[in-house]
Design a protein around this ligand. Structure first.
Ligand SMILES: Cc1cc2nc3c(=O)[nH]c(=O)nc-3n(C[C@H](O)[C@H](O)[C@H](O)COP(=O)(O)O)c2cc1C
Ligand code: SF4
Length: 490
């Protein structure tokens, strides 16, 4: 993963934990309304993919245990990982694109309700994404994938002789294969060169492809259908994934130059995300809370920044979103070049760092690093007279910090992903005045490294402990436990 060049190692700040009475009186542990749902407290576990679904996208026992374990800490809200809305093979990504997924998801919602004693509102994050292929071997790319065109023939003719102007595709491919890397790079278009060195990746601007051109026609129904299934599966809410590297974030991006009314100006870029939100709302009414997660800043050259986010936040609030969750970065554009045979991963560049910052940082450090973005969106929404709650995330890990964010009005709800992974009971421990029992996240991203390899995600603070406990479930290697050890709270 990219790290700020300063590489300042930030120690974990001292944490003062509240007494039970102080926690009970705090804003953090006060309720808040999110559309048709009440959160009992302003604590939130944001979406985290743990890679525990089947290759068909179905719920597994391991997945249910993962969410039940997070729910045992009784957060105000828990968001189930990014879940695919289409009925297409998507590797081991959880899916909700057909009615056959509803049964498994219903089991999951039941397990969460039991484990949290009905105290946690359960959301599911709905995602659409475009095709990304693995980086090919050079020979395979040139022999099978590259579409031979006149620009290749002309460049070869200039180098090797006029006969290439009329050469058959096979002869062009063979000649390209014989070139060294620099010469090849000079002949391929930037997009072809990217396909070769990073793997083919579709963009929302590839409107010459019918399925990309038609995204504005098909996505509202796909998201609405998925939300309907979420309601039938017993979720309290859905979160529309408009953040990071995926389809909807790409529509919002300042890099979206579509010329069909869905790209260019801020208003055109937010048009499809708004239409999707409206379609979802029309389908589920107030049976579900409908949230939107989007970026406060893309952190890429030519990408959207906080001003865009402020505008989008107002638009979503006006269109009836019940909650806005603000993330940052996590883009393909600045991701590291993958190894041959691997796919590009959107959390390896600077924007990825900003999404999940580590303790190896610049002078600002990783803690609460992205709160200002949530505050910008919240101010913008409040200026229109709307009170839509805003969720902040990014390096939030102790009571005073979380309480101050809410007290200062920077956000209404506080999310913690990695701290909740390190200790799923941490919110509960704080509320019970037992904060000194919290297992603290070290923010060195061992978990994110597993995510990157699509390995079952665990935490280094607990995955090798008490492996001999009865009923402990281990990963495929038999060396790591899959859920945190139980906390005997009562
Ligand atoms: C293993 C892992 C998986 C994640 N998966 C998702 C995801 O599915 N959807 C999403 O919006 N964010 C995802 N995130 C980002 C988190 O929700 C969160 O925004 C980020 O980790 C910063 O918060 P933190 O500092 O509290 O960890 C993931 C993070 C981690 C560590
Ligand atoms: S693996 Fe590291 S960064 Fe991830 S949750 Fe555990 S302590 Fe935190």
């Amino acid at each position: 993963m990219w790290q700020p060049p300063e590489r300042i190692r930030h120690p974990l700040p001292e944490a003062r934990w509240p007494t039970r009475e102080r926690a009970e009186r705090s804003r953090l542990f006060s309720p808040i309304r999110v559309g048709p749902v009440w959160l009992r407290q302003r604590t939130w576990v944001p979406a985290m993919v743990p890679w525990r679904a089947t290759r068909g996208g179905e719920v597994t026992r391991e997945l249910i245990e993962w969410y039940a374990r997070l729910a045992a800490g009784e957060p105000g809200a828990l968001v189930v990982e990014a879940t695919g809305i289409r009925d297409i093979p998507s590797g081991p990504l959880l899916r909700i694109g057909d009615d056959r997924f509803v049964g498994g998801l219903r089991e999951l919602t039941g397990a969460v309700r039991d484990a949290s004693r009905g105290r946690t509102a359960l959301f599911i994050q709905l995602i659409d994404f475009l095709r990304v292929r693995r980086r090919p071997r050079r020979e395979r790319f040139l022999r099978e994938f590259l579409a031979i065109g006149d620009h290749h023939r002309e460049a070869l003719a200039a180098r090797l002789g006029e006969r290439f102007l009329r050469a058959a595709p096979e002869a062009v491919r063979a000649a390209l294969e014989r070139l060294d890397d620099d010469a090849l790079a000079a002949i391929l278009t930037p997009r072809e060169y990217e396909d070769l060195t990073r793997g083919y990746r579709e963009r929302v601007t590839d409107t010459w492809l019918p399925h990309i051109r038609e995204l504005p026609t098909v996505l509202p129904e796909l998201f609405a259908g998925a939300a309907e299934r979420a309601a039938r599966a017993g979720f309290d809410g859905v979160e529309l994934h408009y953040a990071h590297a995926y389809t909807m974030a790409s529509f919002l991006s300042a890099r979206n130059t579509r010329a069909d009314g869905y790209g260019g100006s801020q208003t055109a870029r937010v048009r499809l995300p708004r239409e999707v939100l409206e379609a979802v709302r029309a389908r589920v009414g107030d049976r579900l809370a409908v949230g939107v997660r989007f970026l406060g800043d893309e952190v890429i050259e030519g990408g959207s920044g906080p001003d865009d986010a402020a505008f989008f936040g107002r638009q979503f609030a006006e269109a009836g979103a019940d909650v806005l969750s603000i993330s940052k970065g996590g883009k393909f554009e600045d991701a590291k070049r993958p190894a041959v045979g691997s796919a590009v991963y959107p959390y390896t560049g600077r924007s990825g760092y900003e999404c999940m910052p580590t303790v190896f940082s610049d002078a600002r450090g990783p803690f609460g690093r992205n709160v200002a973005l949530a505050a910008t969106v919240r101010r913008s929404v409040r200026a229109t007279g709307l009170s839509t709650p805003v969720v902040a995330a990014g390096g939030i890990h102790h009571f005073d910090q979380a309480e101050d964010i809410v007290a200062r009005g920077e956000a209404d709800v506080v999310a913690a992903a990695r701290q909740s992974l390190a200790d799923p009971d941490w919110f509960l421990k704080m509320r019970l005045g037992r904060g000194d029992e919290i297992r603290r996240c070290e923010y060195t991203n061992y978990c994110e490294g597993l995510d990157q390899k699509h390995k079952q995600v665990t935490c280094k603070r607990w995955d090798r402990t008490a492996l001999d406990e009865p009923d402990v479930r281990l990963d495929a290697s038999g060396r790591r436990r899959l859920t945190a050890p139980a906390w005997r709270s009562r």
